[in-house]
Ligand binder design. Sequence first.
Ligand SMILES: C[S@@+](CC[C@H](N)C(=O)[O-])C[C@H]1O[C@@H](n2cnc3c(N)ncnc32)[C@H](O)[C@@H]1O
Length: 370
Amino acid sequence: MALCAYGHSQNLSNFILKSRSIGNDHARRRTDSMMVKMVSSSSSTGAKAYEEGQLQMPKWAGQTPLSRLVQSIIAFKPLYSFLKLGARQVLIRTAEKKDIPWRELTREVLESDVYKELEIVQNSSVIYPDYYLNSFHAYDEGNLSWLAAAEAEPATMAMVRRAIPDASSLDEANRAMRGNWLQTIEQHHLQHSGNHVIKDILDVGCSVGISTRFLADKFPTAKVTGLDLSPYFLAVAQFKEKKVAPRQNPIKWIHANGEETGLPSKSFDLISFAAVLHECPERAIVGLLKEAFRVLRPGGTIALTDQAPRSKILQELSPVLFTLLKSTEPFLDEYYLTDLEGRLKEIGFVNIRNVLTDPRHMTVTATVPR
Ligand SMILES: C[S@@+](CC[C@H](N)C(=O)[O-])C[C@H]1O[C@@H](n2cnc3c(N)ncnc32)[C@H](O)[C@@H]1O
């Protein structure tokens, strides 16, 4: 099955547009927002839309009785430990069934000389916000461990395969998921920046650099910086980047809090947050968006890609799966309850668009006024 080509397809006739205005009111926000569904093409069936569910968000998220029930189950510590273990085993098993050599990839990193990269990338003056010191993704030390860093690549691969379940390979799934995301960003920037060339890109929450490399490949003339709070993830990012062919513009890695980057104002044309915000409480989301607004140049584009509350697949997730998911994501409810588009508007962003770029994820793009 041919899915939307990564990065190069200009197949924007595949968009289905539903014009709605942006509102601040949380209750109205999902229906009021400009929601655009990205369509992937399939050689056998022709155009196929990514489906929205009937609800504003899944019943297992937010403040519904079901959501509270799941939260109280997770809050029971002995059960939580059991769930965490279960979630981890399910992740590894399902990834390996999809030909993702999880344990082999992890071992390769842990048995390499990645450790020396830590000294190079780590900024010892970074202060970690409280929320970041939580256990995430079934790791007690959250993102601050070598195991989390070594498993980040297979975990990302598994996430991509889940997002595009019909794809016959990881490559095909990446072409669809990352391709639609990049195409949405490029299209937004072309339409709203006023001929503003993308010279500097910041990938906030770059993790081990996968999204950063996709951005660098898509915009090869731009200078790309990956920024993350985990020095372990950045060490792996730098280690992996050293193994690939040198780039015209080498990627720069910065260990910092995306809420206080220390970067000069108006110094980037594109700031991306890929799969970052669902890991953050609302106060951090707002801090990240405000900092992006400061650091972007007028006409610059912000791109947020993450779980889509309107996704039919997410709304229909089985109780076992959503309980496991919530047990490893401490801020998922807050993320689902955050009015991202309203927040962007309050901060001063304009041209806010929301695109369903794969069956599970949306990409929200917006512009800093010129
Ligand atoms: C799921 S990962 C991102 C994956 C990556 N962008 C990709 O698409 O392949 C989320 C990342 O956000 C980072 N993060 C969370 N809060 C952050 C903050 N305040 N500043 C910088 N990075 C943050 C975490 O350390 C983690 O690496």
